[in-house]
Design a protein around this ligand. Sequence first.
Ligand code: PEP
Ligand code: MG
Length: 319
Amino acid sequence: QRETEKLERYKPAITRDGHRVEVAANIGSASDAEKAVNAGGEGVGLMRTEFLFLQREDPPGEEEQYEAYRKMVRALNGLPIILRTLDIGGDKQVPYLSLPAEANPFLGVRGIRLCFEREDLFRTQLRAILRASLEGPVRIMYPMVATLAEVRRARAITDEVRREVGAGPVETGIMIEVPSAVLLADQLAREVSFFSIGTNDLTQYTLAMDREHPVLAPQADGVHPAVLRMVDLTVKAARNAGIWVGACGGVAGDPAGALTLTGLGVTELSVAIPTIPSIKALLRSVSLTDAEALARRALACADAAEVRALVRGMLSRTG
Ligand code: PEP
Ligand code: MG
């Protein structure tokens, strides 16, 4: 029994009608990479590199970062890893960087914006990532992109560093987590190889509800039709440009989110490690046709509660 369970875990998630969805892991450390593989993760869809920068007195240098990234790449043994460049600011504060206080940190210098303000940190990180890319399939992803100029600038810096360290070509992608990125998705898609939808931030910025707000956070549900419409626009633009779309926010690992996102055309779900087996099992139990029908109805719902009720209905029918 145990053995079959284990083997099942490593099989891909293919729907009843033969559609494959990749289920990858969100990780924050090198030890997580091994756990992700053991849980049946088909790679890492989001490595939050800022975790290497938290709870310490100074930023990790190039060698320390290189060692950490290399360990992850090795643990994955040929499976791909998406290393997201520093996403500091907003809710993630790093005292030793002495960043100026902001009245609205979530609308301030965070993510890629901070990488441009502190290009020294960005270049050091890119050097470490690109050196690690020589050991296995590494992809680079930029957080909080809001404009076309930002992707171009990030890519130009990455390319310069890539030549300096003598690394080969590396696939680059961006997080889609700001409404402007959704609306510009056709333009952005021409600059990168993939998108990953950050439903945590996309929900907060779409509904204008702070993701940590004690009163509002429960209402900021990522399966809200407004957010699903954002996902729909993103997938359509990506398809036209011929690039793939993943999702790595909390909603990707929630049954209602996993099904609606799949129905909208997201083909990679990056989720918390313990959730990997159940999301794979869920995807195997449904058909893409049903998920698509669900997604179409979800887009027309009045609110998130209605979407969740639809999903419950669908799951009770499929058993
Ligand atoms: C997100 O915003 O959905 C996301 C995955 O990134 P983070 O939670 O690290 O902001
Ligand atoms: Mg985010």
